[in-house]
Each structure stands twice: as structure tokens, then as C-alpha cells.
Design a protein around this ligand. Structure first.
Ligand SMILES: *Cc1c(COP(=O)(O)O)cnc(C)c1O
Length: 390
């Protein structure tokens, strides 16, 4: 086998297949294609590629085999025709939304979306004369009333900070009725616990910086959808916004994906155990965990390790944070490490006259990410920190 040859890229009109293990000496782990350009074998090879007669890597801003291997795996996991990697979750969100809306259009979004997605809507889209109306996604009638005339229904379930769970199948059916595109941020559940395309959602987005990567060493994003949507993103949006996924980051994501189901099971087990202990604690007044003490909603088959809870007024939240040992104070989530973020700090960041309304979380709320450490150790850490903060 000639392993010096660049991988052969075959294409049907709508799909690109860039990774074939046999081209890499049957390496069990695909190589990192850490190169910007791919040379042509001849004038004809180049001319045919430019004429669209064949698809092959030309320049890594457009197509890179390591990135392509990651995209193919995501499409399989999300049960979609295709997927496209991005340099961050926000790049995946902004590119997807910008590929759909134009000036004068309206978006309906559920409340409590990821705060930076909210800021993108409120600051950048507003300047482009795109308006966004926010509705409680737990109320399908409210969504139905808000949708007529809207171009896009933007979903996130469970929601950020409040962890409200929505009936995705129902909301996407309503979107279809009103000829709106449905789009969902599926970062919390990962495809292990929720596959929105199977529930009728048109576009599925992930911050791959969270569970897909799983080791807190990558910032990346990915969009999964049908050939038409991904083809337009790949051909008409990503090349010009330029927010591509790097080969090295794609390689780290491929490594992360190998343990995704095992990690998610562990996050679920420890997360539920700790959420239950918090629910039983006298200084905790509410626990916002999407599956604790309820039947799993349709389409959600499990829970990850991210949830929030509310302290009684007796607990001093800054002292609680500072008394933690195993839990670190930090944003993001989805890695091996357990993390805490108090809403007290985070809500100040949102700013703007409507921030309290939009962010809408109480000051006694604390968000936890339950990592892969021993659950007993994590609980000892939490309960000791609560005692220290009384
Ligand atoms: C982190 C996050 C994002 C943004 O992803 P980045 O990779 O940080 O750009 C989007 N949605 C949710 C729910 C997130 O938690």
C-alpha cells in the first residue's frame, strides 16, 4: 500500500467522504493532517477539482481529513446525513443562524438559552435588523402563538442554568406547521442521551468543548443536519466566516468520542446521587436536575452531570465556594473535573436593562458540574463546604 498518497476523497453530489482507514497504513487512530494545503497530482486533477467534478482536500479551511473523520462520526451519532465542525460552539451557533436569517426576519427562541447565544441574538442580530422573541419552551401553546411569520425556532433543552426540559418532538412539529426551521443546542445531553434529529429537529448544534471533547482541552463546535443544510454551511458560510475546526482539535475530539458513552454513564450516576443528597439537605431549597424524581421526558434517555440548586438564605455562597476542595470554581463543563459557578457572579456578566428578565435565575442559585471523581469524595467535599458556610 502506498501510504504517501493523499487520501482519496470520493463524493456524491451532496456528501464528502474524506477518511478511509486503509489509506493511513491501517492505523487504529487517524493521523493529524497538520497541513494547510493539499497539492494536486496534475493540471487536470486541479482543473477537475475546481470544476466540481471531484471533491478532495484543497485547503484546510474548507476540508481536512482529520476534521472530516470527526464530522462523519458526529453525523452517525446524531443520526443525520452530514455534519460540519467549527472552531467553537459559538461559531457553530452563529454560522447556523446566519445561514438562515436575513434583515427583517424574526426568530423565536426559548428562554434560558446559553447566555452567549442570547448576547449574539441581542447585540449582533439586532444590528442586522433580525428580531428575537423569547417564549417559555415548556408551553407549546406559547410557542405556537409566537411562531407565525418566524423564520427560525431556536431551542435548547434542557436549558442553561434553569434546566427546563422541553417536548422537542412537539415543538419541532409546531415549527414544521409554521414552515420555520428548528434548531437545537444539544450540548447538555450529548447524542448519547438525546438525538433531536430523530425527534424531528432540523439542525442539531453542539459545543464540542463540553462532553464531546470531555477533557477540558479543546474549544470546538459542530453542526449536524441534512445534506442540503450542511452543504450550504460548508459551501457558502464557513469559508467566509472562516471559523474552521483545527486538525489537532478534531484529533482530540476523536479521542474524546471513544469514551463518550462510558463517561456519560458515570456523569449520570454521580450527578443523580449528588442531586438526591442535595435535595435531602436541610439548607437546599430547590434542585434543578432534569431527570431527578421525574419520568424521563420523551426523547431524553438519560442525564449528564450538569445541574443547579438553590441554597437557603442561611448559606453564605462566597464562603461555600471558597471552602470547596475537589470542586474547582470555573466556567464551562463536560470534562473530568467537578466545577461550581454561583449565579451571583455570572448574572453580573450578562448586563443590559433586561438582563435579570432574560437570565432570570435567582441569586441563591449555584450550578454544579459533576465530573469523573469518586462520588463519595465529591459529596464529602460539598457537605463540608456547606457546613463551613453556615
Ligand atoms: C459552552 C456552551 C456553548 C458555547 O460553546 P463554545 O464552544 O464555548 O463556543 C453553547 N451552548 C452551550 C449550552 C454551552 O454550554
Amino acid at each position: 500500500m502506498n501510504t504517501n498518497k493523499p487520501p482519496v476523497v470520493t463524493s456524491s453530489p451532496s456528501t464528502v467522504v474524506a477518511y478511509d482507514q486503509t489509506h493511513f497504513g491501517n492505523a487504529v487512530v487517524p493521523p493529524i493532517f497538520q497541513n494547510s494545503l493539499f497539492v494536486f497530482e496534475s493540471f487536470t486533477d486541479m482543473a477537475d477539482t475546481y470544476a466540481g467534478k471531484k471533491v478532495r482536500p484543497v485547503y484546510s479551511r474548507g476540508l481536512n481529513p482529520t476534521v472530516r473523520a470527526f464530522e462523519e462520526k458526529i453525523a452517525k451519532l446524531e443520526k443525520t446525513e452530514d455534519a460540519l465542525g467549527f472552531g467553537s460552539g459559538m461559531a457553530a451557533i452563529s454560522a447556523s443562524v446566519l445561514s438562515v436569517v436575513k434583515p427583517g426576519d424574526r426568530i423565536v427562541a426559548v428562554e434560558h438559552i446559553y447566555p452567549d447565544a442570547y448576547r449574539f441574538f441581542e447585540m449582533m442580530l439586532k444590528d442586522l435588523n433580525v428580531t428575537v422573541d423569547y417564549v417559555d419552551g415548556r408551553d407549546p401553546d406559547a410557542v405556537d402563538k409566537a411562531l407565525p411569520g418566524a423564520k427560525l425556532l431556536y431551542l435548547e433543552s434542557p436549558t442553561s442554568w434553569t434546566f427546563h426540559v422541553h417536548d422537542i418532538a412537539k415543538l419541532c412539529e409546531i415549527a414544521r406547521k409554521h414552515s420555520a426551521i428548528s434548531m437545537i443546542d444539544n450540548s447538555w445531553a450529548s447524542p448519547v442521551f438525546q438525538q433531536p434529529a430523530k425527534l424531528g429537529c432540523d439542525v442539531v448544534i453542539h459545543s464540542a468543548s463540553k462532553y464531546l471533547g470531555g477533557h477540558s482541552d479543546v474549544v470546538a463546535g459542530v453542526v449536524a443536519s441534512n445534506n442540503e443544510f450542511i452543504g450550504r454551511l460548508r459551501g457558502q458560510i464557513l469559508p467566509y466566516l472562516g471559523s474552521k475546526l483545527s486538525a489537532f482539535d478534531a484529533w482530540l475530539l476523536l479521542r474524546g468520542l471513544r469514551t463518550l458513552p462510558a463517561r456519560m454513564r458515570e456523569h449520570q450516576r454521580s450527578g443523580l446521587a449528588i442531586a438526591q443528597k442535595l435535595a435531602d439537605h436541610p439548607e437546599v431549597v430547590a434542585v434543578h436536575h432534569p431527570t431527578l424524581g421525574r419520568n424521563l421526558p420523551d426523547g431524553l434517555t438519560g442525564a449528564s452531570g450538569l445541574f443547579s440548586f438553590e441554597f437557603s438564605p442561611r448559606v453564605n455562597i462566597p464562603n461555600f465556594c471558597d471552602a470547596l476542595g475537589i470542586f474547582k470554581i470555573g466556567v464551562s463543563w463536560g470534562g473530568h473535573e467537578s466545577l461550581v459557578v454561583p449565579a451571583l457572579v455570572s448574572r453580573a456578566q450578562v448586563g443590559g436593562p433586561n438582563s435579570a428578565l432574560r437570565f432570570g435565575v435567582p441569586e441563591n442559585l449555584v450550578r454544579l458540574h459533576i465530573g469523573l471523581e469518586d462520588a463519595e469524595d465529591l459529596w464529602s467535599d460539598l457537605s463540608a463546604a456547606i457546613d463551613a458556610a453556615l
